[in-house]
Design a protein around this ligand. Structure first.
Ligand code: NDP
Length: 278
């Protein structure tokens, strides 16, 4: 039976540390503001944006809300980003994805100043991660590292398999594990013998976007399993990419869904905002 890695508790711990840090920075006359841009009103995006604003309020960061119409043009959005890049009061700029189809997401991400790119998606920050320089790191994978470290799970020297190679999760996740001295393999939809490969992992990190795909057959006895996936099932219940109750029996530690990786993403976003402020 696995130890449950408690993302709710760990994310709260991080937010409390950040709150204290922000109070100290404020006492030194420094204030932080995060610009949160949402285009259209996709219900899932509304929930994420609201949670981000709540987290800002909790730790003492001002959030400036830009709720734009679905019909907003790419040019208008770029103009807003250029204005915010120049605004000294704004430390971080967050554009909630996905954007409507008529707006090129890559163009928007690249328009955000790398110094204000608290999501860590700008190519300059991604490049810094590759060569091991300090820069903003994508929040979800950064959150996974915190979950492992704060649960006293040794990373150095371990075999880690990351399933998924998206720019937002899989790739930065693999680079971060490499930075922590794990031996890393990245698997994707063209990987052969995925089961056998996953069974070599001491730490298995799953970000494939397929509900309950990873069963006990994919997991080595005693492995640590991190489930990044989030899905809402028919009965409105959340589940991950891992068949939790089955894998729980053989893993040594596992992240639940909800309450595992999910809450860490916002905590790490707040961490990036405080870094931008510093
Ligand atoms: P993407 O859909 O962008 O990427 C999925 C990756 O999984 C791709 O690299 C794909 O391979 C790979 N893949 C798909 N099917 C298989 C398969 N059968 N075998 C092996 N690999 C496969 O997803 P994201 O990375 O954006 O997200 C992954 C999951 O994490 C989703 O459930 C998402 O909701 C969740 N998520 C959770 C967050 C959180 O805060 N907890 C934040 C972000 C995402 P290929 O490249 O070959 O197509």
């Amino acid at each position: 039976m696995a130890v449950i890695i408690d993302g709710k508790r760990i994310s709260q711990e991080i937010k409390d540390e950040l709150k204290e840090k922000v109070e100290r920075l404020k006492a030194d006359g420094k204030n932080a503001a995060l610009a949160v841009i949402q285009v259209g009103n996709d219900p899932a995006s509304c929930v994420y944006v609201n949670n981000k604003k709540k987290a800002c309020a909790y730790i003492g960061i001002e959030s400036l809300s830009y709720e734009l119409q679905e019909e907003t043009t790419e040019k208008e959005l770029l103009e807003l980003i250029h204005r915010l890049n120049e605004d000294e009061k704004v430390h971080g700029i967050l554009v909630q994805l996905p954007l409507p189809k008529h707006i090129n997401e890559d163009k928007i991400i690249q328009a955000i100043s790398p110094k204000k790119d608290v999501d860590g998606f700008h190519p300059e920050n991604v490049g810094k991660l590759v060569i091991g320089e300090k820069g903003f790191v994508s929040c979800t994978p950064a959150g996974v590292i915190q979950l492992l470290k704060r649960s006293n799970i040794e990373i150095a020297g371990k075999n880690c398999v990351v399933v998924g190679r998206s720019n937002i999760v899989g790739k930065p996740m693999a680079l971060l594990m490499l930075r922590e001295n794990a031996t890393v393999t990245i698997a994707h939809s063209k990987t052969q013998n995925l089961k056998e490969l996953c069974r070599t992992a001491d730490i298995l990190i799953v970000a494939i976007g397929k509900p309950r795909f990873i069963t006990a057959e994919y997991v080595k006895e005693g492995a640590v399993v991190v489930d990044v996936g989030i899905h809402r099932g028919e009965n409105n219940k959340l589940c991950g990419d891992v068949k939790y109750e089955e894998v729980f029996e053989i893993a040594s530690a596992i992240t639940p869904v909800p309450g595992g990786v999910g809450p860490m993403t916002i905590a790490m976003l707040m961490n990036n905002c405080v870094e931008a402020m510093e």
